[in-house]
Design a protein around this ligand. Sequence first.
Ligand code: GAR
Length: 216
Amino acid sequence: MADSIHSGSRLRLGVLASGGGTNLQAILDRIQDGFLDAEVGVVISNNSQAGALERARAREVPALHISSRQFPDSADLDAAMLRTLRGHGVGLVALAGYMKRLGPRVLGAYPDRILNIHPALLPAFGGQGMYGVRVHEAVVAAGVKLTGVTVHFVDEVYDHGPIIAQRGVPVEDEDTPESLFERVLKVEHSLYPEVLQGFAEGRVRVEGRKVYVQNP
Ligand code: GAR
């Protein structure tokens, strides 16, 4: 069990990403500009080619590829992930476009300390297979007038854990999945650092499935 999300006086994050890593970049940028009082202790990707690993290295953040390629046994993979997070003093884990499920050891070691960002208003447009542009395709096909961003805790079920914060994005008549992807992503880039700063300042309280974030 992680004793505290803070290492010394600062919130220490572990960011998990599978792809381009623009959310990771937003987190790193908001740390650099002083808005987010945290540090990224390690970035882990299941994809050795992930842009997220490049972005981390560009800021001299440890960037590791850990996947079922090295650890075909899922229990070994789970243990390696946990070892790595702990080894880098991670107190809070932020999934940022991470497309793999976490194992029970990692989940058990970080109760209410693993966050995910999802590009829709959960519980709508979530679940297995709903990621990236597929989410926006489903939103456009359904004809809904409002979509958005959800930051939530991670549990064993895809896109299911308690919701921490949501921000709406109107769907315009002329929107395509691609145009929505771009607009929603911009909102992700502001919401995720804001939520993380809530954790840094101890403004997040969890009561069962209800999460309260006090205003700064
Ligand atoms: C983001 O839109 C994120 O919300 C989404 O993947 C993208 C990653 O982009 N995650 C999911 O769909 C999770 N179900 P990024 O690599 O540029 O941050």
